[in-house]
Ligand binder design. Sequence first.
Ligand SMILES: *Cc1c(COP(=O)(O)O)cnc(C)c1O
Length: 383
Amino acid sequence: MNIGTLLIHNAGTTDAATGALSTPVFQATTFDQSVSFREDGAKVEREFDYARSGNPTRKALEQTIAALEGGANGYAFSSGIAAVSSVLGIFAAGDHIVAAEDIYGGSYRIINTFFKRWGLESTAVDASNFDEIKKAIKPNTKALFLETPSNPLLKITDLNAAFALAREAGLVSIVDNTFMTPYLQRPIENGADIVIHSATKFLGGHSDVLAGLAVVRDEALGKEVYRVQNGFGAVLAPWDSWLTLRGIKTLRARLAIQQQTALAVAKWLQEHRHVQSVYYPGLEGHPGKKTHDAQAFGAGAILSFKTKTTEQALRFLGKARLAAAAVSLGGVETIASYPVRMSHASMPKQERERLGITDTLIRISAGLEDAEDLIADFEAALA
Ligand SMILES: *Cc1c(COP(=O)(O)O)cnc(C)c1O
């Protein structure tokens, strides 16, 4: 089936028991086990016993995301960062990972604080530069952690090439696919071993549910991730699993419009007198466009731009009426984020500046408003 159909017809769409066109919310933590205490001694095991280990609504979501990403199994967590942390939890003290330097700020923070404290070493690299990746690999390196397009400057990594390099070195390839979603990019097809999502963003799609997902290429990795999911316990609640399943059904319709709007806004910004530069892989001048087009089915709905002065950026954030000045992305409402004070506030200033995350940088998540209205509003805010 094509992805558009798979988004609608999957494990999360129909309830086998009643025919309901929606998975029930099994708001239950424990499941009766009496069938496994039969007098004849025959062993009957119920699939579910306790909700941290498994819940039918969560399972429907986990099977859905696994099917969409083309992986063996899926796992749902209480947030995107819980998914990142639980995946990194499969490694041990003394292991080393190579991570792209411009991953999500929260991922950067957890790798460089919490996991560092527990003995997981890491090296940050410019993942668009293969020599840097190669040089960073050490005898104890166990994983390569990528995000493409990157956050917040939309830099592109060639997934086929990066994962080939990782495979050669025996590393687990991990990619955060939040910006693209499986509708636009399916990294397992390019050789990824684990795909992570903050489902809080496009998959949920309505700025009303915090959720994280991970999909593994094969069962063996699945066992390791499951051990952390069940043992560490940062699982997604049944109701939030249901909200995420509902969001996924409209992903294609939302994202198709949102990325058209993103392109229109990016093109308009490019011509604006107060704009220094625009970062969007859908623009002809984007340095990673060719690579991105070869591995993704669209440029997505996230773009960034730099104004010429800090004052212009701050004025835009305060004055834009159709874009909330807020963290997060991927919802039906347009959001303008200010990375230096929001997603990347925890990154040391010197490191931020080196990466080009300046006081003039604004990241836009295009929503479902009319593009013309957004542009008129942005014009007024930038004037
Ligand atoms: C938001 C985000 C995360 C973290 O997800 P939460 O749901 O906020 O915990 C991770 N990666 C990317 C790319 C994100 O945008």
